[in-house]
Write a protein that binds this ligand. Sequence first.
Ligand SMILES: Nc1nc2c(c(=O)[nH]1)N[C@H]1C(S)=C(S)[C@@H](COP(=O)(O)OP(=O)(O)OC[C@H]3O[C@@H](n4cnc5c(=O)[nH]c(N)nc54)[C@H](O)[C@@H]3O)O[C@H]1N2
Ligand SMILES: Nc1nc2c(c(=O)[nH]1)N[C@H]1C(S)=C(S)[C@@H](COP(=O)(O)OP(=O)(O)OC[C@H]3O[C@@H](n4cnc5c(=O)[nH]c(N)nc54)[C@H](O)[C@@H]3O)O[C@H]1N2
Ligand code: SF4
Ligand SMILES: [Mo]
Length: 770
Amino acid sequence: MSEEFESLALEGEALRSESAQVPRTQDDPKGRVCTWEENGYTVHRTNARTGPGCHDNCGVLLYVKDGVLEKIEGDPENPFNQGRLCPRCLAVKEMLYHEDRLKYPMKRPKEDRGKNTFQRCTWDEAYDIIEREMRAVIDRYGEEAIWVTQGTGRDINGYGPLMAQYFGTPNYGTGFLSGIACYGPRIFSTALKSGGLFVCDYSQFFPDRYDDPRWEASEYILIWGNNPVVANSDGMLGHWIVESMKRGSKLIVMDPTLTWLAGKADVWFQLRPGTDAALALALCNQIIADDLYDHEFVSCWCYGFEEFSEHVKDYPVSFAAETCGVPESLIVEAARKIGSAKSACLQWGVAMDHTSEGFITGMACFDLMALTGNFENPGGMLLSEPCFGMSVTSSPRGDTWDECTPPIPHPELKNHGGYKPLEAMNAISPDALLESMETGEPYKIRAMWIQTNNPIACMGAQPQRILPALQAMDFNVVVDLFLTPTALACADVLLPAACFAERIGITGHQPYALGAISQAIEPLGECKSDQRIIYEMGSRFVTDEYKHWDDEEGLYDYLLRDTGFTYESLKERTWAYPEFEYYKYKKGLLRPDGTPGFATSTGRYNFYCPEMAYFGFSPFATYEEPPESPVSSPDLAKDYPLVLTTGARAWGFFHSEHRQSPSMRRLHPDPTFLVHPETAAANGIADGDWCVLENNLGSAKLRAHTTVRIRKGTVSADHAWWFPERGPEDGTLFGVLESNINQLIPMRPGKTGMGASYKSQLCRISKVEE
Ligand SMILES: Nc1nc2c(c(=O)[nH]1)N[C@H]1C(S)=C(S)[C@@H](COP(=O)(O)OP(=O)(O)OC[C@H]3O[C@@H](n4cnc5c(=O)[nH]c(N)nc54)[C@H](O)[C@@H]3O)O[C@H]1N2
Ligand SMILES: Nc1nc2c(c(=O)[nH]1)N[C@H]1C(S)=C(S)[C@@H](COP(=O)(O)OP(=O)(O)OC[C@H]3O[C@@H](n4cnc5c(=O)[nH]c(N)nc54)[C@H](O)[C@@H]3O)O[C@H]1N2
Ligand code: SF4
Ligand SMILES: [Mo]
């Protein structure tokens, strides 16, 4: 062991022996106050969170007068967002105080599903009905007949599993998200390669941000299937990229659409949707051919490089150029830029998961990062871990809730659809669960608990299958902010959830800091936080020995019990940044046994992935055509010649949310699709025309937006449309199946059980004749 190594190992040893009871923080909270009076307002310094929906926890100042939230501002002192807010928080009052907000628990006779005959009831009555109905399902069919669902990572991540445990069901997960195709495929597959979740370094681990002397801006940021200035996805903010660019970062963008950031890139790959893995493997091939890979990193810290360098010879630049529809010279240029850069990082997006073999796309892109040694270096990929060991909010930790409920009676009945990777990940298969609702195989789902989830409008593929399946259930509960199409279609009991300004909580989805959400106003009507609904409802299903708290603050104190914070102490400082180290793999800070290396089965970064071999797949990342594409299904492509990608995020909407918010709706009044003017003209379509998009599965009606920003022959369609302005009476479930692009997307995962076709389908377009 070299001297450098020895001293790094000692440093790691010292860091590991720190006591968790005295949280070591980087930021100094002296002088920071969480509430004050100003010009007749009481100001609350807090962290935003869903609802309404978002992945983030931007620092906000809430100005309250006479119990009413009058205005919201970004907190300039919060290191996370440094005072900036996106349109949805600036307009949060329009959602918070909207007249359509659910304010009271409601019940409805089962035979009235789809009709607006809800009646207000008390919380006790609602809980009584749920207890009675869920117990009846459990007694007759077993706990596994209940499916507890959530939507994307709102402030339900981590808490949802508790609801499932209270019922005793092993079936918990995203509601009808085909192939769990949001984050799951990428983070699980790359964890097999790298032993953790790694994210780009934008200085977000430092409370003094870009000024921290340890930080260096990444030389190249690869923005891959992601539009971060709009989406601010998964705990990162798009303006961090702009700030990095001001300090020297350059961009390489992979996107079929010219996004704002693509317009500022050194290299922009306008690739055919669904072909990303081919490009990643060809870039690897070229970097090896040019001998631009990081020899030290590859030989000291990686497993299977020699075989990998042979494997990628199957993916020459010419193959990727042809497959992706991009110039060969551009691939060579990008490979040289990435290979010669001091640092590079992968800003990946959900487009990676939204192809059938999305599980493997993430792996191929990670290989590029390993090849160039961009792990744990300034400006590279950094481990993203739960702060202060507090993982419940960022990702569910298996044992967080273990002492809160009796053990799940039949864990082996979890429906992972027979997919080995899902079994290994201890995850359900939403695709298999929908099938079992339809066929009763291997057993039938009879009851649903749907929380932060609007599957008919948004999350589910093939809503035309989901709607009848939900309406055939024995019993359904929906917990939401609004009467959604899903709630109107199927809820027997509908429970009103509180917005973030109306409740307390702790932050999640960001591994850099831990913070508190403090309550600024009383909840509207009788709304309650999701967390409170879960433990109040759940406590009906457990004995006193499993009740560890009496109120919400007690819940958070319980969760924080090993961090050295209480809810109150966290609230007072509003945020806390744990200490941070680069090069953790050299210091023994990644592996549980404290030895240097990565926390993988081999101790190294796995170019050769033994787990993939065990699952029966290629141990190396490979490229496969999407099942529906001009290359893999030319016959289908004769009828449906255009490539369809869907769901590119819009500023003002979070999925199916915000259609009720007047200012957000003004930004985007109608369902639209982007189409190149030449493709539009060839199909007799002009800008603004209402059109039908259709394929062998279904159709949807959207308006054409012609633009040269989109790849020719590709159509990029909005997702998640419904029309709350129509009201619940006209029998159309707010028109949810009229402009619903998911009718064209199959509920069918890739071969690993993960990955889906939301961004790689085929369709044709035609003008709607008036
Ligand atoms: N065609 C297509 N479909 C897609 C996608 C795509 O790109 N294309 N993207 C997919 C992806 S990545 C995802 S993650 C899913 C998202 O799917 P979902 O997360 O299911 O999103 P929504 O349909 O908006 O449903 C969320 C519901 O939660 C409610 N809500 C918001 N905040 C709260 C809260 O604090 N408490 C409670 N109880 N309810 C709340 C909202 O009112 C809304 O009704 O959609 C998927 N669907
Ligand atoms: N405002 C807003 N923000 C959101 C959400 C929202 O609904 N609204 N949803 C949240 C959720 S759950 C998620 S998962 C994230 C997702 O956020 P992003 O990862 O940014 O996802 P998208 O906007 O769906 O797609 C990003 C880009 O991928 C491009 N693209 C489409 N198909 C392909 C392809 O096959 N390959 C490549 N390389 N690019 C492709 C699109 O043109 C688009 O510019 O956003 C989160 N943030
Ligand atoms: S990203 Fe936007 S909606 Fe989300 S917390 Fe930040 S400002 Fe609010
Ligand atoms: Mo997502």
